[in-house]
Ligand binder design. Sequence first.
Ligand SMILES: NC(=O)c1ccc[n+]([C@@H]2O[C@H](COP(=O)([O-])OP(=O)(O)OC[C@H]3O[C@@H](n4cnc5c(N)ncnc54)[C@H](O)[C@@H]3O)[C@@H](O)[C@H]2O)c1
Ligand SMILES: [Fe+2]
Length: 381
Amino acid sequence: MTITANWSYPTAIKFGAGRIKELADHCKAVGMRKPLLVTDRGLSTMAITQGALDILDAAGLGRAMFSEVDPNPNDRNLEAGVKAFRDGGHDGVVAFGGGSGLDLGKAVAFMSGQTRPVWDFEDIGDWWTRANSDGIAPIVAVPTTAGTGSEVGRASVITNSETHTKKVIFHPKFLPSVTICDPELTVGMPKVITAGTGMDAFAHCLEAYSSPFYHPMSQGIALEGMRLVKEYLPRAYKDGTDIEARANMMSAAAMGAVAFQKGLGAIHSLSHPVGAIYNTHHGMTNAVVMPPVLTFNRPAIEAKIASAAAYLGIAGGFDGFFDYVLRLREELGVPDKLSALGVGTDRIGEMAEMAIVDPTAGGNPVELTLDAARRLFVECI
Ligand SMILES: NC(=O)c1ccc[n+]([C@@H]2O[C@H](COP(=O)([O-])OP(=O)(O)OC[C@H]3O[C@@H](n4cnc5c(N)ncnc54)[C@H](O)[C@@H]3O)[C@@H](O)[C@H]2O)c1
Ligand SMILES: [Fe+2]
């Protein structure tokens, strides 16, 4: 089945296999004449990235690339990217990659027009109104993983390289003007990245669905996002060339990010300090901590999860859902404990302090206290 679509929600999305060939047209349509493609180091030499540069070049837009981007990108990457943008006289950003390339690309476009430090735009209250919104360069996003949903999000996650904390930087104009969702670009993902990113999408849907706030739109999107992951992530994992599965996982990723406007929760609150300190893969970290967080939240979400289970065709209510998550993790080769990702027990106190002030903690259906965070870390590691 060929899946092609044009959506305008929450931004212009050009969805379908092969649609990367439209990249230059969309860049021109949003006013770019000299875009800077921002991606991470690993992707910079890959054929999909070189192919995207060829498309820009052939249309007279040049082939400028900035790729000094780490996984869990940080302020140093950002500073270098903004310098490359300004020195090169660029007028827009093609944010290309997984969450790392996308987040840093979006942040470069944003910071290219600001004078204040990036931390002044953390996602707190109305801090985003401090920004000069006329200075933000246009963004065309091209996801190459199916997980973070950053391609349809209004935030970037940037690690503070001094304090080793992950900060969410927010502005409504972080939302790309155009997003090209081409599932063929995700075919080359290694199995472990397919699994980790897919579980990030699942975590976004699950946490958005579980958070206590009133947001029926997000609730519906989160539920259907979980169904897509259930049906298609094992297929994409087994056969990376299964385009129908890859396409549906791209949808699930975008849906997760749209849904988590409603809130995230303790899976992400625990995962952020771990990622910032140990540089683990974000989605894989989420997948490891998911079952203990589900159990912790059980008193508040038992009935809700039972409804989700019924929709997903899982028998047995909350327990059935919990067992399903364990089976899914096993099928995708997710380790049971964080120690398998290189996380030690020596910094639990510090990580617990960071988890409870993480902006995602407020969306958890059960209050994440310092003691609870500590206990969860002990269990997860
Ligand atoms: N902005 C948001 O709302 C949001 C949400 C969740 C996570 N994040 C952030 O996103 C980042 C994680 O993103 P991610 O999970 O997509 O991983 P990633 O971008 O770090 O990529 C992981 C690895 O996969 C490689 N890769 C990417 N696409 C590939 C492809 N098609 N073929 C082969 N290799 C490929 C990359 O080079 C990299 O080595 C974290 O920094 C996380 O904090 C942001
Ligand atoms: Fe996430």
